[in-house]
Design a protein around this ligand. Structure first.
Ligand SMILES: Cc1cc2nc3c(=O)[nH]c(=O)nc-3n(C[C@H](O)[C@H](O)[C@H](O)COP(=O)(O)O)c2cc1C
Ligand code: SF4
Ligand code: SF4
Length: 228
């Protein structure tokens, strides 16, 4: 049995996960849904974003507890840098890794769309159906990438609440870090922007710092890398 699992702040990884699940004709499960990986699986596909060249915290926890014989790992990234997250993810999972991909999409902080090369992922789907163990090669990442990634996101991006908030609590409910209280994030926030997209009143907006905007404009690495 194959199942696709995803973590997605702003919908990009969810779009990729839904595409893969459709091709494989299998379930597509949000890892933020409690008990999403309690059973054991023959083959699990994990789709998640790169945040500050790292694996987002909720994804790390999920990968550690995932009980699957075969695991395919797909990391979406916003064309800045994909870091070394697949190599790092491989070390976290118990099962054997059978495929991996770094999938460039739009950047969450640039309101980028979740566009990706669908044809390039078809081969990966075929491999998932006929699994063979692979080793994910190590990639270089920035020397400072491991230094307080969530803190760096917080200082780069502000989440602002406007007057249309009606106190519904939806933002609290969707937050994977338990970091939100009625539109005001605390220091556990990883700036995934899940709360911003979930707010039914569109009361939450994010604003990049000048320095972050400069950084985002000055870099582009746009390569779909598939490991089979
Ligand atoms: C907190 C945060 C940090 C990010 N860091 C990176 C990064 O280091 N490199 C990159 O290319 N994109 C980065 N991005 C962009 C995302 O990796 C990319 O947009 C991804 O597809 C978002 O997926 P999601 O919508 O499923 O969360 C970051 C996005 C966020 C929200
Ligand atoms: S989801 Fe939006 S409207 Fe509801 S409490 Fe949060 S900020 Fe306010
Ligand atoms: S408060 Fe932070 S961690 Fe929680 S959903 Fe919003 S952006 Fe993500």
């Amino acid at each position: 049995m194959i199942s696709v699992f995803y973590f997605s702040g702003n919908g990009h990884s969810r779009t990729v996960a839904e595409y893969i699940a459709k091709e494989l004709n299998c379930d597509c499960v949000d890892i933020c849904v409690p008990e999403s990986s309690v059973q054991s699986f023959e083959t699990a596909v994990a789709v998640f974003p790169v945040y500050c060249q790292n694996i987002p915290k909720p994804v790390k926890a999920f990968l550690k507890m995932l009980d699957a014989k075969n695991v395919a790992l797909l990391a979406t990234y916003g064309k800045i840098s994909c870091g070394n997250v697949l190599f790092e993810a491989e070390k976290l999972v118990k099962g054997r890794v059978i495929a991996g991909a770094y999938v460039p999409t739009g950047h969450s902080f640039l309101n980028g769309k979740a566009e990706f090369d669908k044809n390039a992922l078809l081969m990966l789907c075929e491999r998932i159906k006929s699994p063979i163990a692979i080793t994910v090669p190590k990639r270089t990442k920035h020397v400072f990438a491991n230094l307080f990634p969530a803190w760096r996101s917080r200082i780069g991006v502000r989440i602002k609440k406007n007057g249309s908030c009606d106190g519904c609590g939806m933002c609290d409910a969707v937050c994977p870090m338990n970091a939100m209280h009625l539109g005001t994030p605390n220091s556990k926030c990883i700036r995934c922007l899940k709360c911003v997209s979930a707010c039914p009143q569109k009361a939450l907006k994010f604003e990049n710092s000048f320095v972050l905007n400069k950084y985002l404009m000055g870099h582009c690495f746009d390569e779909l890398i598939v490991y089979l």
